[in-house]
Design a protein. Structure first.
Length: 226
């Protein structure tokens, strides 16, 4: 199997080299850049399989890089920051990051997080070849990652799509916020469930006209019916 390509974007040379060392030892092909402008240029020139993205960088920070990428790309992103701040974690995930690691970090944990993200992406790719989901007047195609209501396409962001896919695969079942975090974001997010509530609210807004209902089951979680 070909080596997976990892792009590291961080303005701290020691962080770049430490991450490169451990990732290359684990069999990854690694490229490193020092700012967001360079990161976007490198992605355009040679798209990686995953981006390790520092939030605080000169010229263009990680927030802006993530925002631009999520306009037209589902490239997996592992965000790095020196701030151990829950609001940064929540905002990062809401913007479309796949995982979040706070500096200073154990480089072995970085490798483990990268492998976990790529494994989930691979599992999603396998499931993408399966049948289209249809419930009521709403259709979801995992292959094209498109959702339509009565034949009209509905634009969803990456995690909104993943959340709806998970809810449709568990229709009429109550899923707790912690379960949704684990199923959609891939790991337990230290009990911070607000990001689930935000994404549920966005889905409800965007599914106007759908006969699907995302019910709040008080004290338990959410249930999709239709």
């Amino acid at each position: 199997m070909a080596e997976k390509k990892i792009l590291i974007a961080d303005d701290e040379a020691n962080i770049r080299e430490l991450a490169r060392l451990y990732l290359e030892q684990d069999g990854f092909q690694v490229t490193a850049v020092a700012n967001g402008v360079q990161a976007l240029a490198q992605i355009k020139q040679s798209p990686p399989d995953l981006l390790v993205l520092d939030l605080m960088m000169p010229e263009m920070d990680g927030w802006e890089v993530c925002r631009r990428l999520r306009m037209n790309s589902n490239l997996p992103i592992l965000m790095l920051t020196a701030r151990d701040d829950d609001i940064d974690k929540i905002v990062g995930l809401e913007m479309g990051a796949d995982d979040y690691l706070t500096k200073p970090f154990n480089p072995r944990e970085l490798v483990a997080r990268v492998r976990a993200i790529l494994r989930r992406v691979g599992e999603t790719a396998v499931s993408s070849a399966t049948q289209t989901r249809a419930l009521g007047n709403t259709t979801l195609d995992p292959g094209s990652r498109e959702v339509s209501v009565n034949g009209a396409r509905v634009a969803l962001r990456t995690k909104e799509f993943d959340l709806l896919l998970t809810l449709m695969d568990h229709a009429n079942q109550v899923l707790s916020r912690e379960q949704l975090l684990d199923l959609v974001w891939g790991y337990e997010f230290y009990g911070q469930t607000r990001t689930v509530d935000v994404h549920i609210a966005h889905l409800r807004d965007k599914l106007t006209g759908s006969d699907l209902t995302i019910e709040t089951v008080w004290g338990m979680g959410y249930k999709l019916t239709g």
